[in-house]
Design a protein around this ligand. Structure first.
Ligand SMILES: [Zn+2]
Ligand SMILES: [Zn+2]
Ligand SMILES: [Zn+2]
Ligand SMILES: [Zn+2]
Length: 168
């Protein structure tokens, strides 16, 4: 049991292997100045890979999971232990010093911010995906601002021709 150190077979991103047990928080704080990017990755939710931000809840073994995933889970996704209502204040403290990348960094946003500023920025981030603006259409399309125009011209030339490429 205790030897199960190996990472998942696919091993996509090594830092996901360790889901930041609670008692690493102090170590994180100590390492704080060295590599912010690695630090931020320790807050990644093991389920959705979004960041688990304060209030950070942990399982009895100290694994963290983000708020939205937690609401859908009864057991810890890492150890299958019960998810109590245990807050991890140490991790929350560390979180308040870490610069997190904007959630749209994949779309090219270079910004990193404290988590307290993160949602404010993401609301106005120019790299955020736009939803299809067609009123009444049940189109689930999302994309960059530039792609919206393209999407409208291709898929909603006439609002009656909604069958067609289902990209999303
Ligand atoms: Zn999650
Ligand atoms: Zn756990
Ligand atoms: Zn951004
Ligand atoms: Zn659309």
């Amino acid at each position: 049991m205790s030897l199960s150190r190996q990472t998942s077979s696919s091993g996509k991103q090594r830092q996901h292997a360790a889901a930041a047990p609670a008692n690493t928080a102090a170590a994180l704080a100590a390492a704080g100045s060295s590599n912010n990017q690695d630090l931020a990755s320790l807050f990644e939710c093991p389920v959705c890979f979004d960041y688990a931000l304060p209030p950070i809840m942990q399982c009895q073994s100290g694994h963290i999971v983000c708020q939205s995933c937690r609401q859908k889970l009864n057991l810890c996704p890492t150890c299958r232990g019960p998810l109590g209502n245990i807050r991890n204040l140490a991790m929350e403290k560390v979180a308040s010093t870490v610069m997190f990348p904007c959630k749209y960094s994949n779309s090219g946003c270079p910004v990193t911010l404290l988590h307290t500023d993160k949602t404010d920025h993401e609301d106005i981030c120019e790299h955020r995906p736009y939803c299809c603006p067609c009123p009444g259409a049940s189109c689930k399309w999302q994309g960059s601002l530039e792609a919206v125009m393209n999407h409208l011209m291709q898929q909603h030339k006439s609002i009656t021709t909604l069958q067609g490429n289902k990209k999303c």
